[in-house]
Design a protein around this ligand. Structure first.
Ligand code: MSP
Length: 651
């Protein structure tokens, strides 16, 4: 395909110190929707994502886990690949900065900058944010009440660094950058972000440190082996190495795909992309990316969802509760790309119930049921349409045009809102025309109503494919059409001729009303243990603890000898537990709502036995019994699969 018909889209590459969450999923989902949308528009697309695996933060996390850095990152990367797979994030390449061919690209970058005289050696002395891997100038840092410096972006403590470093002459690119921004006013969407970048460059650029002497976990700096490449110079290069830069036999691929057509990121890392990255590319004399799409943060109760705040939502859990595509739909429908937005479970449930199950799902269901119950399976275009149907056809054309326009301007949430207005029109038409009456009195009219619904559903199914690919393929199949990117859907929908044939098949409802999990969870979503991961609020949060931490917890097998209710409490049971050589212990447990005493007596369970004793309703509890909660909050006892001696320690 000619180069002017290609579309190369990238996401940031994610740090692997914690699992992906809804916030990181959002960036990848936007890229997936953009890639699929461009496929639908007939473009040849390439979608790159991956993981950022070097640097001080990752090295510290690995150390805490008593693992070598490479073993640590190898352990964490599958978390990303698995979640992207669950959410149908259909990338073409997953790049890891520990890949050998990526390293070659980074070495080439540094070599070229050096040959260009864009690099010199000096000393960096100043502040550094380890979680963000960012150098911070003193006048940008903020201070806490004890006068400690904090990162202006993530508000976490900064460290002082004084070390030899190689510098990139960023200051020399000030004018070129400003000139580029002036000539390309639409380079950054939304425009406000462009103003911020321009203001930052105009305030004066300092040269950028691009090597770290005190950090071993990184790519060896080509000019001096005691240094490693600064993690951002390493990471940004992924956008080149991911399509073959500096790789033998891949020159053609690289020439074809570069420059990137769309680079997606949240606002926290725009400066790295719009200033440092663009300056590197200018130094390499490469073409510059066409567009940067900068999205807001997904918030949880008003705070940025982030692993370090411990308020993240687990995408896998949400997928189990609501299904993958309803979650994709909610994220795209509810979040306005340009702004921060709260992720609210009750809102998700409302959208799934009203938009998907009622609005779209019912329309399909009623159309198919009514048609098939009246022996209408194969449909051809009627010779003419009445005025009501012609008006609906016109609305269908408007819906297509506005959807097309909004999607091409990255207003995905508006595109969806408008399309649902059209779905409302189709439903209203269906009601007004009373096909169930026409089925008995006027077969031609009945046929026309069903045909008009099918044409509308066909347009809706094709347009929604980038957001809910699996469900829309099912929808189209129920109308007798396989979704196939070889079709020129754009032309077909633009023409809106309504001449297609349909062969109808009944299918299971596409969407069901979700259970009201948000009510069951009682607490706000961000506090609820069911969907919020238990990341600790440590400076550098890691999902992994080291073996010494684990060894501190005594997990002991014991048998419940007796179980009594505690007067004055409808939750508590008082248990006497035989812990073998550790004796018999009294343990209180808030499980009365879930078990009868006879369900528990004589059962073997697992207990934490070295917790400090605790008084509950006047009784001392000397341990904690372990349970797992299912998704609606029912407790299941943790047991061993066969009998073992009471007092056995889990290892
Ligand atoms: N490794 C760097 C990026 C290097 S790109 C060359 C990094 N990684 S990160 O794991 O911290 O991910 C940053 C990106 O994840 C953000 O820019 C954003 O795209 C996404 N998000 C992380 N938390 C998010 C939210 N709460 N909301 C929306 N996006 C979020 O920075």
């Amino acid at each position: 395909m000619p180069k002017n018909n290609k579309f190369y889209v990238t996401t940031p590459i994610y740090y692997v110190n914690a699992k992906p969450h809804i916030g990181t999923l959002y960036s990848s989902l936007l890229a997936d929707v953009a890639a699929r949308w461009n496929k639908l528009c007939g473009k040849n697309t390439f979608f790159l994502t991956g993981t950022d695996e070097h640097g001080q933060k990752l090295a510290e996390c690995a150390k805490k886990s008593l693992l070598q850095p490479k073993d640590f990152v190898d352990l964490m990367v599958p978390n990303f690949k698995n979640t992207w797979k669950t959410f149908e994030i259909n990338y073409d390449k997953f790049i890891r900065t520990t890949d050998e061919d990526h390293k070659l690209a980074v070495i080439k970058l540094i070599d070229q900058l050096y040959k260009n005289d864009d690099i010199y050696k000096s000393v960096y002395s100043g502040l550094y944010c380890v979680p963000d891997e960012r150098f911070v100038v003193t006048n940008e840092a903020i201070k806490d009440e004890k006068n400690n410096y904090l990162c202006p972006i993530c508000k976490r403590a900064l460290i002082e660094v004084a070390e030899e470093s190689y510098f990139f002459r960023l200051s020399a690119y000030e004018d070129k950058l400003l000139d580029f921004f002036e000539k390309n006013p639409d380079f950054i969407t939304p425009k406000e972000r462009m103003h911020e970048v321009v203001a930052f460059v105009k305030s004066g650029l300092k040269d950028l440190s691009i090597s770290r002497k005190s950090v071993e976990w990184g790519i060896e700096f080509p000019l001096e082996s005691e240094h490693t490449v600064y993690v951002w110079a390493d990471a940004l290069t992924n956008y080149l190495s991911g399509i073959g830069f500096a790789q033998k036999d891949k020159e053609q691929d690289f020439d074809y795909w570069w420059p990137a057509d769309l680079q997606i990121m949240a606002k926290d890392i725009l400066r790295f992309h719009a200033v440092y990255w663009i300056a590197f590319l200018m130094a390499l004399k490469l073409e510059l990316p066409k567009k940067m799409l900068v999205h807001g943060y997904i918030l949880s109760n008003g705070n940025k969802m982030s692993k370090s705040l411990g308020n993240v939502m687990d995408p896998e859990k949400l997928a189990q509760m609501y299904g993958v595509e309803p979650v994709r739909y909610y994220l795209i429908r509810q979040m306005s790309i340009n702004q921060d937005g709260n992720f609210i479970l009750s809102e998700l449930e409302n959208h799934v119930a009203s938009d998907l199950a009622n609005g779209l799902g019912n329309l399909l269901n009623r159309t198919l049921t009514l048609a098939l119950n009246n022996n209408l399976q194969k449909l051809k275009a009627p010779d003419a349409f009445n005025t009501e149907t012609l008006a609906l056809r016109e609305k269908c054309e408007e819906a297509f045009r506005s959807f097309w326009d909004q999607m091409n301007h990255y207003s995905y949430h508006v595109a969806l809102a408008d399309l649902w207005t059209f779905i409302g029109h189709v439903n209203a038409y269906f009601h007004r025309m009373e096909p169930w009456v026409a089925a008995k009195k006027d077969k031609d009219l009945f046929y026309e109503i069903i045909y008009a619904s099918c044409c509308s559903l066909y347009t809706i199914g094709v347009l929604l494919w980038p957001i809910m690919p699996g469900k829309m393929q099912e929808l189209l199949k129920s109308l007798g059409h396989d979704f196939d990117l070889k079709n020129n859907y754009e032309q077909e929908l633009r023409d809106n001729k309504w001449t297609k044939n349909f062969i109808l098949t009944k299918i299971e409802p596409l969407f069901t009303r979700p259970e009201n999990f948000s009510k069951k969870l009682e607490k706000p979503i961000s506090e609820s243990k069911e969907v919020v991961s238990n990341d600790t609020k440590t400076e550098l949060s890691c999902d992994i603890i080291d073996i010494n931490d684990f060894a501190k917890v005594y997990l002991i097998v014991g048998t419940i000898l007796s179980c009594e209710s505690v007067s004055g409490s409808d939750k508590l049971y008082k248990l006497q537990v035989d812990l073998g050589k550790m004796g018999i212990r009294q343990i209180l447990s808030g499980i009365a709502k879930f078990f009868k005493p006879e369900d528990l007596v004589n059962k073997q369970g697992v207990y934490v036995t070295n917790l400090a004793p605790r008084k509950m309703m006047g009784y001392e509890s000397n341990g904690m019994m372990l349970f797992a909660k299912d998704e609606i909050g029912n407790m299941k006892m943790v047991t061993v699969s066969g009998f073992v001696e009471n007092g056995t320690r889990l290892s």
